[in-house]
Design a protein around this ligand. Sequence first.
Ligand code: ASP
Ligand code: MG
Length: 452
Amino acid sequence: MQVWKFGGTSVGKPERMHSIRQLITSTETRKIVVLSALSGTTNALISIGEAAKANDEAEVNRQIDALKSHYDEFIQDLYQTDTGLAKGTEIVEKEFSFIRSLVQIKPFTSKQEKELVAEGELLSTQMFEAYLVEQGENSILLPALEFMRIDTEGEPELQTIEELLTSILEQHPDKQLIITQGFICRNPRGEVDNLKRGGSDYTASLIGGAIRAEEIQIWTDIDGMHNNDPRIVKRTFPIRELTFEEAAELAYFGAKILHPSTITPAKMRGVPVRLKNTMQPEAPGTLIANNSSDREIKAIAAKDNITAIYIHSTRMLNAYGFLRRVFEIFEKYKTPVDMITTSEVSVSVTIDNNTNLDAITAELREFADLEEHDTDQTIICIVGNFSADKEGVAHKVLDAMKHIPIRMISYGASEHNLSILIHAKQKAEALNVLNERLFYYEDAMKGIFTAP
Ligand code: ASP
Ligand code: MG
């Protein structure tokens, strides 16, 4: 069994829903299909909730009417038969009358707010299931509220999800397509809750982990993760294979396509995650799994708005406890440290949140000397498989960067990452020279130009 997830833009137009039907019926594999709300709907519902909280009844009604007419139009093009349209109309009328009754509740608390935002996924999945039924597909809608559970901390309960979902699935052995909602769940009080914005990917990963799916496919409108930033670098290409660790490094560095915590359940259960493009379904996309056989250097990414702080102390010489004192200050101000380099008497760190910079530097000055910090820095991150016995990676990277001043280098913290700090004004140049040197140079030298 596979789990396929489609996001808001993939279900955002009636014709996109038609192509999803084509896609999910194009292979024999039994599938759980996870859908987001139609694009724009979750935002619209949140905004309706805000107006309700503010007791602005006119605004609430105006926004509900606008959203409802979007759905009225949508279903006109979604269904091809009168019976289909009648069913679609029934769904839209029922959900919108629920929405209208919900916003009457006073005070309008976060409990109602969560029920309201859940309507996006409840609408999209019921409408899609009705379309599949109209088209004679062998499908069923399984309400996520019957098996998606979070604990008091808001963390998903994988074990419970596994038990509930397995027993529900056992009741429908003959169904080929199982449709369910992304994002929504129930909390320990039994109330409707959610997995936070963008949570549908998380749903897919949790379901895939829970049933130990053969594969989880996340369908978007880009062809997987790219080896470099296509907005800055000309010759980029989709990465065929990544390990979970490499994907996590890249996600932190702005490859927004997947949040690192999202794929944790898949990683825990060893279920591969494939990123696919709905616009180009035949393309292989990116496969994220425990092992990857692809090239040694996988990708280059950059993170902007970095500040570097340079700390010196002769007291650090042969002393212990100095780093603890330094890090306690960052902890006190809840400021995560990204990169660290040390020498015998100095330590340099980078942060990406300057909110408490002045307070942090003032406290550091109480026991160390600080060089003037640098703002507007960029971390360039090279991701790949750099196990300790691999030679030449650092050489290639530094060779490419020979004309660019480097402020910090971090290598060896993990086997997947080499990070370099430079001034932001050199970012585009760095990404381009690295791209040529790491992905094209050797192939060109060998006369085999394999990169697409
Ligand atoms: N509909 C929810 C959101 O917009 C969940 C998702 O799309 O992943 O955040
Ligand atoms: Mg999304």
